[in-house]
Write a protein that binds this ligand. Structure first.
Ligand SMILES: Cc1ncc(COP(=O)(O)O)c(C=O)c1O
Length: 397
């Protein structure tokens, strides 16, 4: 009888696994689900998951394409050219930016993947990455996996939630190799203007820092102000890349389609890394994504109008209960100050327990997020208003 050791292996992960930041929002989901399981009518405005479906013409395109045997094979490694042409077409139409589909476009499995990949291709241990605080936590994940160091760039209301480059230290700037920016911004709902991006290109050139512009909410701007793309800035392609996702623009978060666009060298490295990790997305998803980008854009305008009207309803309700806040300029979030004497986590817990409303505590986005909660405009207007009225009934303002 061969000896069989039935004792299981002692699995110890690599150090980088232990270094990963804790998934703050997993905790939030847990608390919310526990409350629902107790039978409460919970209004969940804590997450960033679009609540509306993908437009039907995109779904129909996917349904038809799924039957095409060509797509049942492996896709080309870096994806189909027609999809790269489609995003180049959209950027030309919307931003008057010229992109070469072959050398200036990489197809990604969602923006999140690309953001994490970028740190892997650029950063070594000892390098510095400049990260907005508060900011989207997936930037941290990529930087930590690369072994590099994060230096936070505070975003404050006084600075219109734009980083102040002049406040960064010389020693940090010497080691800085990469910087993440994100406008329209998650979580603060701020937008950036062309003069900020011009300053950014100059700063990046001066200090040899690659700029990663995360344009996930590029389609969502209010009051007639269309958010501008970083790539519209003269010189932008020489210093960086932009990440564009279909998740928010077309309510396609589950489809996992996004792009890195811009600097040829960076695009080449992203494609190289991906050659070692994946074969590109399912061909039918690529065809439907191309349909989304080249077909009618009415759904995008309608979606933006929906968020704008939800924003109006919610800010009017906030006004009625005496909750003063800066109105959102873009994205589908609102960034609301926490009343004294609570921390953002205490306040979020209180709202869940006493009002059955879920909001995201600002501290989950970084130290400078403390003192705020993030609320998603991701429910029907009546539900949004009800959430604010429930909070109003607690008489905290
Ligand atoms: C700021 C920001 N960037 C990037 C993403 C990534 O989106 P996806 O991975 O769905 O493309 C999100 C999603 O919530 C986001 O909020």
């Amino acid at each position: 009888m061969p000896y069989v050791n039935e004792q299981s292996l002692n699995i110890t992960p690599a150090d980088r696994m232990n270094d990963l930041p804790t998934q703050f929002f997993a905790q939030l989901v847990k608390k919310c689900n526990a409350r629902i399981a107790e039978g409460h009518d919970v209004i969940n405005l804590g997450q960033g998951n679009p609540d509306l479906p993908t437009p039907p013409h995109i779904v129909a395109s996917m349904q038809a394409a799924a039957a095409n045997p060509q797509y049942h094979k492996y896709s080309p490694f870096t994806g189909y050219r027609f999809l790269k042409e489609a995003i180049a077409h959209r950027y030309k139409e919307d931003y008057n930016v010229d992109l070469d589909p072959d050398s200036e476009v990489a197809i990604l499995f969602g923006g999140k993947t690309g953001l994490v990949e970028l740190s892997q291709i650029l950063l070594n241990p000892g390098d510095v990455c400049l990260v907005p605080d508060p900011g989207y936590p997936d930037y941290w994940s990529g930087v930590v996996l690369s072994g590099a160091e994060m230096v936070m760039m505070p975003l404050t209301e006084a600075n219109h939630y734009l980083p102040k480059y002049e406040e960064l230290k010389e020693e940090e700037l010497r080691r800085a190799k990469l910087m993440f920016l994100n406008y329209p911004n998650n979580p603060t709902a701020a937008t950036a203007d062309s003069s900020f991006y011009e300053k950014t290109v100059q700063f990046a050139r001066e200090h040899q820092i690659v700029v990663a512009s995360d344009f996930a909410y590029g389609a969502i701007g209010f009051d007639g102000n269309r958010p501008i793309s970083f790539l519209e800035t003269p010189g932008a392609k020489e210093v960086g890349v932009e990440f564009y996702t279909l998740s928010k623009t077309y309510n396609m978060a589950g489809w996992r389609v996004a792009f890195a666009l811009g600097n040829k060298e960076i695009i080449r490295y992203i494609n190289l890394l991906q050659d070692h990790m994946y074969v590109s997305l399912f061909g039918a998803v690529q065809e439907a994504a191309a349909q989304a980008l080249t077909g009618p854009q009415d759904s995008v305008h309608a979606l933006c109008a929906t968020y704008e009207s939800r924003r109006k309803a919610m800010f009017e309700a906030l006004q009625r209960i005496g909750w003063q806040a800066r109105i959102s300029q873009g994205s589908f979030f609102a960034w609301l100050p926490v009343p004294r004497p609570y921390t953002s986590t205490e306040f979020a817990d209180l709202l869940l327990e006493k009002a059955n409303v879920v909001v995201a505590p600002g501290i989950g986005f970084g130290t400078y997020g403390e003192g705020y909660v993030r609320v998603g405009l991701l429910a029907e207007e009546a539900r949004l208003v009800e959430a604010i009225e429930r909070i109003g009934a607690l008489h905290l303002f």
